[in-house]
Write a protein of this length. Structure first.
Length: 225
């Protein structure tokens, strides 16, 4: 009878090396710039929390955001600012989607340890991607020239209306929050989509919807301040 178990030597291969080989193979098969960037991140930053960044809930909510954005506002943008951009996954998903034509994406995060990972993940985008380490409250939105501002973590903003007041009138936005009240870091959850719409008080709403997750519901509005 043929043995199907691997040898002890094979079982002791570092999982990062195996993951790198697998993801690099998937990149070759799919032609995806995002998967190619992910392989580089696995090889270069073994301690990055990719299990969280690329779990099915994170990816699913970003696919939802990307698809509804295209349906609501189209796919052509000169300058997108993504707040709380972390490892730049959402940015990479835009670059990886042929429906979108984007001149520049700036991924802003206050954590100084994530910029290099984000740059590596989006290396194929070259000068069209920039990772910025800065507090979102310190940004000069009025001179940035952004035609779309994305914030998928509004549950972390104590005073959402005060932050939105920093944006020039007429700025297009994609905003997400949730009803995950039991998470200690979520300081401004909302109980419903209607409550989130009221909280954002956008001048024009192009889309408003909910996405049910296992432990919570994610809410999203797309429109203009």
């Amino acid at each position: 009878m043929m043995k199907t178990t691997r040898t002890n030597e094979a079982n002791t291969i570092d999982w990062h090396e195996s993951a790198f080989d697998i993801i690099r193979g998937l990149a070759a098969y799919t032609g995806s710039s995002l998967v190619e960037g992910l392989a580089k991140v696995v090889a270069k930053y073994p301690d990055a929390d990719l299990g969280t960044a690329f779990n099915h809930k994170q990816v699913g909510s970003k696919i939802w955001a990307r698809d509804k954005l295209f349906e609501s506002l189209g796919g052509k943008f000169n300058h997108i600012v993504v707040l709380g951009g972390w490892y730049g996954v959402l940015s990479g998903m835009f670059f990886d989607d042929s429906r979108f034509e984007v001149g520049l994406i700036e991924s802003v995060d206050i954590d100084p340890q994530v910029a290099e990972v984000a740059e590596t993940l989006n290396v194929k985008a070259a000068e069209r991607f920039r990772a910025i380490t800065q507090d979102m409250y310190a940004l000069d939105y009025r001179t940035s020239g952004a035609d779309l501002v994305i914030n998928t973590s509004c549950e972390h903003i104590a005073d959402l209306s005060a932050w939105l007041s920093l944006l020039p009138r007429g700025t297009q936005v994609l905003l997400q929050s949730n009803d995950y009240f039991s998470e200690p870091t979520h300081i401004n959850c909302v109980p419903s989509l209607e409550a989130f719409r009221d909280q954002t008080a956008l001048g024009h709403v192009a889309f408003a919807g909910s996405l049910a997750m296992k432990k919570y519901t994610r809410f999203m509005v797309i429109g203009t301040v």
